[in-house]
Design a protein around this ligand. Sequence first.
Ligand SMILES: [Zn+2]
Length: 287
Amino acid sequence: MKVKKFSKKPENFKERSGTKPIICYPNNNLEDGNLKILQNARKFLKKIDEITIPPRDAKTFNVKSGNFFRIESVEGPQVGDLNLFQANNFDEKFYSGKTRALYGTHISVGDKMFSSFPYLRSLATITWDTLDWYDYDEDGGSVHDVIGTRCDPYTSKLISGTDYHYCCHSNLIRALVKEKGMKINDAEKIVHDVLNVFMLTGFTNDSKQYFMKSSPARPGDYLEFFAETDLLGVLSACPGGDCGSEHSSDVAKCYPLKVTIWDVDKKYLDGVNFSKISNYTKNHGLD
Ligand SMILES: [Zn+2]
């Protein structure tokens, strides 16, 4: 935190500061015309599967390229921590940090969930968000962030000294071990920074610390995605519940989450540009 200034302000501080912000990664070129087609296609969706994620636990789900999926609030406000992998290559997984660099702290309709290097392509595009009315509040808070990482037992131990086994990090690992037959160490290596679905978060104005508030999600709310390649998703119902008090404990009231998978007649996807793996040469200046 930048609250204490130990160094002396130089006499020429004015010429060193006060310049205007420049957007690091202009994202206009990411617009591919898909959204209009997808928002028409979503009127013709047919539900083909649904998975319920129990509180303080996680489940895996598969989505075929060209299908849609929704993460739905049921029974009560509940935050979900989402991991996404390319279904045939778990090395290609959601890259929260680069998605944040491209779109900002929170993502919504039209934003793409980019994959890790050396792939860097859209795994999924958000096509509907029943909470986009929330916008940014007076504290700079908003919903569905890519700034939090996921609650985990290591940070919990660091801060509170206790062992807690039902943080999102552990829930995601358990789901991969139980449902995909992975070894615990292999699963732990691929679990990654999440999309915090339904979580209301921001950075405080003064210290710029990560904060959370009670989620505005209510039963019936959902976030909808279009899969641009075959996906394995893993979703944890966070032990923080609506994340209005605390996480990494059994204190908060928690609810299940539902994932639904939707098919659509391919004729409605005519003209959609499916994302492609980066064609960067990968020689990194060594040739
Ligand atoms: Zn969590």
